[in-house]
Design a binder for this molecule. Structure first.
Ligand code: ZN
Length: 183
């Protein structure tokens, strides 16, 4: 899938922004990219980035802007509470393709977060979709029976990652047997 490209100047601008106010966090099994800025100016800017990513680039997945109001509870660990905490606006990108698209294009312009970004991009390369990303499928069932050719049954339904749902034949036989026995 190819997404609409944006000019280099946009990525340079975004990279400066990301270096200062952005973060990537690993929310197993994926990565989440966030940018935040406070006040109404922050809101306008975050909404504009969201619009560009969704409407111009046509990036997949949820891209949302959410307000975050600092309060006593989530500011406990701060060294000093600001007197008038301003609402900040967070832009969150979660889809793997979108995160990769944005990071790889910002990458040449990054100064502070270059290393983290490179690590995430390497992770994406090392674990292509349906392998490390969507958890690798176990070799045995919950009870330890092997998922080999004769012991694996398939359900005519696809998972999110495009693979078929499967079940352990031995377990289903045992379940059927105990049902018949009235257990
Ligand atoms: Zn089993």
């Amino acid at each position: 899938m190819t997404y609409t490209e944006l000019p280099q100047t946009f990525w340079a601008y975004l990279a400066g922004f990301f270096d200062g106010e952005g973060n990537i966090c690993c929310t197993s099994p994926s990565f989440r990219l966030q940018l935040a800025q406070s006040g109404w100016r922050g809101k306008v800017l975050m909404e504009e980035f969201r619009r560009i990513f969704k409407e111009e680039c046509k990036l997949p997945g949820k891209i949302r802007v959410t307000p975050w109001i600092p309060n006593a509870k989530n500011m406990k660990s701060w060294p000093k509470k600001p007197k008038n905490p301003q609402t900040s606006y967070r832009l969150t990108v979660t889809h793997r393709d979108s995160v990769r698209f944005i990071l790889s294009r910002m990458f040449p312009f990054l100064k502070i977060k270059k290393v983290e970004t490179q690590d995430v991009l390497r992770y994406f390369r090392l674990f292509p979709k349906n392998q490390g990303w969507n958890k690798t499928r176990d070799a045995v069932c919950g009870k330890g029976h092997p998922f080999n050719q004769s012991n694996t049954g398939y359900i005519n339904k696809l998972r999110k990652d495009g693979q078929q749902y499967r079940y352990c034949v031995q377990c289903s036989r045992e379940r059927a047997r105990s049902t018949r026995a009235g257990l």
